[in-house]
Ligand binder design. Structure first.
Ligand SMILES: *Cc1c(COP(=O)(O)O)cnc(C)c1O
Length: 434
């Protein structure tokens, strides 16, 4: 019995499913989770002393890799000054300034502790600002476990094949209108029929695997929001600070009314937020009447980790990240050649050349062509993905334990980490199709 197996046995008696967030359980790839002892750069070490190249990176926050010395020092220094005050601190002003400088559509930001809270609060604000109730959301998109948004959500719900969660009231579910991603006619009809408070989208969906927007689709959403008076909420919890300094909005030329952010923003500690232009954000209490609060919001440790992380994210960093992602993506593609199922990588379509990848994101889909919506992503061979992922783990490579997630290359992933992964992948594809 390994120490991971032992701990998992104890955990299942004390924590539902043995974990504190569903995808960690690794059930969908048919194995038990590994318990982690430590991380350093691109590598993880489990409690049995096995070392892995980590492509999960805490599901997105760790764009500098594990235990980056600057992040650790910043958190140490902040902790020594006191962990929480329930009063404003200088770092919060600095972080908000960083966000506003990077995101053209953001003048003011309110920080929360999780992306879930941030999207829940952005929706509340959109409803208050419009006096409307309904929300248009895309199938396979995940915006945290907000009650009304759990219908046909991606991430762990897609992994578990859960269409919607019990415990969500009919009224909450009825206020959510779900449309297929990349279907301009369907979203146009939905907006015209439902006159929503908001359209909420991941500009680069990553919770059904990475499924890029078709050319012109984000423009269509902008146009529909303007024409109908709805608030366009772009959930950049993953893409923000990852694909470019100013997130998907900068990379793809999109513009949100409200931007939801998290993950990289907290550099591995709990920080998230939502922001937009001044007149909308000034509706939030205490400047305005839309109530939203948090005991640990803008926590000094999380803010310190976020600032230390963002300090590394300049133009050169995104070039490095893009190069690493392309080396990984093309290496995996080559390793997959000659197998009976084609592996497809989510990446930008027009106007980029074929084979271009978003910096810092990719998905290995077991399908013959790149999925363009949740139905297509769901039709991929997830059994083969499970065999592939298990085989990688046996070879010291730690991939997401679900096809409905992105791989997250970091700035700590050097050539060695990529080469080891590609070599292991060659053997893992053999096993997946054996
Ligand atoms: C992770 C995620 C969230 C939720 O963030 P939490 O901090 O886990 O609550 C929201 N939206 C997207 C796009 C995400 O990937």
């Amino acid at each position: 019995m390994t120490r991971s197996q032992d701990l998992y046995g104890r955990a299942t008696a004390l924590l539902p499913g043995g974990v504190n967030s569903p995808v960690r359980a690794m059930g969908s790839i048919g194995r038990e989770p590994l318990f982690i002892e430590s991380g350093e750069g691109a590598y993880l070490t489990d409690v049995d002393g096995n070392r892995y190249v980590d492509w999960v990176c805490s599901w997105g926050p760790l764009i500098l890799g594990h235990a980056h010395p600057d992040v650790v020092a910043a958190v140490d220094a902040a902790a020594a000054r006191g962990t929480s005050f329930g009063a404003p601190t200088e770092g919060e002003v600095e972080l908000a300034a960083q966000v506003a400088e990077r995101f053209e559509s953001v003048e003011m930001v309110r920080m929360t502790s999780s992306g879930t809270e941030a999207s829940m609060s952005a929706i509340r604000l959109a409803r208050a600002a419009t006096g409307r109730e309904r929300i248009v959301k895309f199938a396979g998109a995940y915006h945290g476990h907000v009650d009304g948004l759990l219908a046909e959500a991606g991430s762990g719900l897609a992994t578990a094949g859960v269409p919607a969660s019990p415990g969500v009231t009919d009224a909450q579910a009825a206020a959510t209108v779900i449309v297929p991603w990349n279907d301009p006619e369907a979203v146009t009809r939905a907006v015209e029929d439902s006159t929503p408070a908001a359209i909420i989208a991941e500009p680069i969906p990553a919770n059904m695997g990475v499924v890029p927007p078709a050319e012109g689709f984000l423009d269509r959403l902008r146009g529909l929001a303007d024409a109908s008076g709805a608030v366009l909420i772009l959930d950049e919890v993953i893409s923000g600070f990852r694909v470019a300094r100013g997130g998907a909005q900068e990379l793809l030329g999109a513009r949100a009314d409200l931007t939801v952010m998290g993950k990289v923003l907290g550099g591995g500690l709990p920080a998230a937020g939502y922001g937009g232009r001044r007149e909308l954000m000034e509706r939030v209490a205490p400047a305005g009447d839309v109530y939203q609060a948090g005991t640990l919001s803008g926590n000094p440790l999380a803010v310190a980790a976020g600032l230390a992380t963002l300090a590394h994210l300049d133009a050169a960093a995104y070039e490095t990240l893009a190069r690493t992602t392309e080396r990984l993506g093309h290496g995996l593609q080559q390793a997959a050649d000659g197998h009976p199922v084609t592996v497809v990588f989510g990446g930008p379509v027009e106007p980029w050349p074929p084979g271009t990848l978003f910096p810092g994101m990719l998905t290995v889909f077991f399908a013959n062509s790149s999925p363009t919506d949740f139905a297509a992503a769901s039709a991929c061979d997830t059994e083969a993905y499970g065999r592939f992922a298990r085989a990688l783990l046996e070879r010291g490579v730690y991939p997401p334990a679900s096809q409905f997630e992105s791989w997250f290359p970091s700035l700590a992933h050097g050539d060695e980490a990529v080469d080891r992964t590609v070599e292991a992948a060659g053997e893992a594809f053999e096993e997946a199709f054996a």
